[in-house]
Design a binder for this molecule. Structure first.
Ligand code: FES
Ligand SMILES: [Fe+2]
Length: 362
């Protein structure tokens, strides 16, 4: 039994024993974060927030995604309230226009004897890759020198993978979410929604870039016949078999595989110390259906597109259950920041260590 601390300790600093608490640590900005889905960014400005930085995304005249700070240099209103005009961002207030390099290019009421104001909006490297918008908020020199690449999702366009996407929007620090994703011992919460049971942590590898954990588990997920898909919806049809369950924290994102044909990724956009957004993407492989591979590519493409988001309902169910827990953890932490509960899963110790290494490596 662990004694609860007195309420007065809630007022004490978030920092404990001279070290900043993991629940308030910042992010390492020298990575590619995922701030939107590709199809969310159109020729209408789209505002996002990454670790307190308001950013506006839009597609220019060539259809390329651009990312700039979401703040008009004139009166500091949001440029995401405005429009894209002639491929450039136009502020809704006085109609000033800015190019992709962040310079003011047009003021509608500029007198002949006036010059365009010299202002420079911050711009961000951005990539439209594998269905998502990857943004690098860190140092551009470091990006080039270290050749830092986005993780990407090779299965997104692969003809044999069916994707489903859910959004996680949770009032919690990102550490709570990644710990939840790395902790396979919370199956009690998900009951019938989860594809595995009885996990036992079998191996753990940790570096200053990633944490890889192998759990030996039981799985009902074996999609080798068409009817086996029905296991997803009818728990009574499920037959358990041993399967390897692998989870990886590839800072700042997460991926997991269950056997050969089941993969889930979680792409992170930490919004603030108490707010995290993320995309959870589930891939089902059609690899076992050999007859399907002989069919014309147009038909296979049709099947892939038709089945897109087939597991969205399941994902949303899982997410709702996790979000309830995560928001309670965050609220309880804010009330009693110095309380440390007992932790029996050593994977989470490695996860916290990695978060600290990354946050403090700046
Ligand atoms: S506030 Fe943006 S143009 Fe004036
Ligand atoms: Fe969960």
């Amino acid at each position: 039994m662990v004694a609860l601390p007195s309420q007065s300790s809630a007022d004490s600093a978030i920092a404990t024993a001279g070290r900043q608490d993991v629940r308030s640590l910042g992010i390492n900005p020298h990575h590619w974060y995922v701030v939107a889905r590709s199809d969310e960014v159109t020729d209408k400005p789209h505002g996002v927030v990454l670790w307190g930085e308001a950013i506006v995304l839009y597609r220019d005249a060539e259809g390329s995604i651009q990312a700039l700070e979401d703040r008009c240099p004139h009166r500091q209103v949001k440029l995401s309230e405005g429009e894209v005009a002639q491929g450039e961002l136009e502020c809704i207030y006085h109609g000033w226009r800015f190019d992709a390099a962040g310079a003011c290019t047009h003021v509608p009421y500029l007198a002949e004897d006036q010059k365009l104001p010299s202002c420079q909006l911050k711009t961000y490297p951005v990539q439209d890759l594998d269905g998502f918008v990857w943004l690098f908020p860190g140092d551009r020199d470091k990006l080039a020198t270290d050749n830092i690449q986005p993780m990407g999702l090779p299965e997104w366009h692969h003809i044999n993978y069916i994707a489903s996407v859910a959004v996680i929007d949770v009032a919690a620090h990102y550490s709570f979410l990644i710990e939840n994703l790395m902790d396979m011992y919370h199956g009690r919460l998900h009951d019938d929604l989860q594809a595995w049971a009885d996990p036992v942590l079998a191996n753990l590898d940790a570096t200053d870039q990633r944490v890889d954990v192998l759990y030996n588990a039981q799985s009902y997920y074996r999609i080798d016949k068409i009817w086996s898909v029905s296991q997803l919806f009818f728990p009574a049809l499920r037959q358990l078999h041993p399967e390897e369950l692998r989870v990886s924290y590839v800072y700042p994102h997460w991926m997991s595989t269950l056997g050969q044909d089941f993969k889930i990724c979680c792409l992170f956009c930490p919004v603030s110390p108490t707010h995290t957004r993320a995309y959870l993407i589930h891939f089902t492989s059609l690899q076992p259906f050999h007859r399907l591979h002989k069919l014309p590519m147009a038909f296979r493409r049709f099947v892939k597109n038709r089945l897109f988001d087939a597991a969205k309902g399941l994902l949303n169910g899982l997410v709702a259950q996790d979000v309830l827990m995560l928001e309670q953890e965050q609220a309880a932490y804010l009330k009693n920041p110095s309380y440390k509960g007992p932790e029996l899963n050593r994977a989470l110790i490695s996860v916290q260590k990695l978060i600290r290494q990354q946050a403090e490596s700046l």
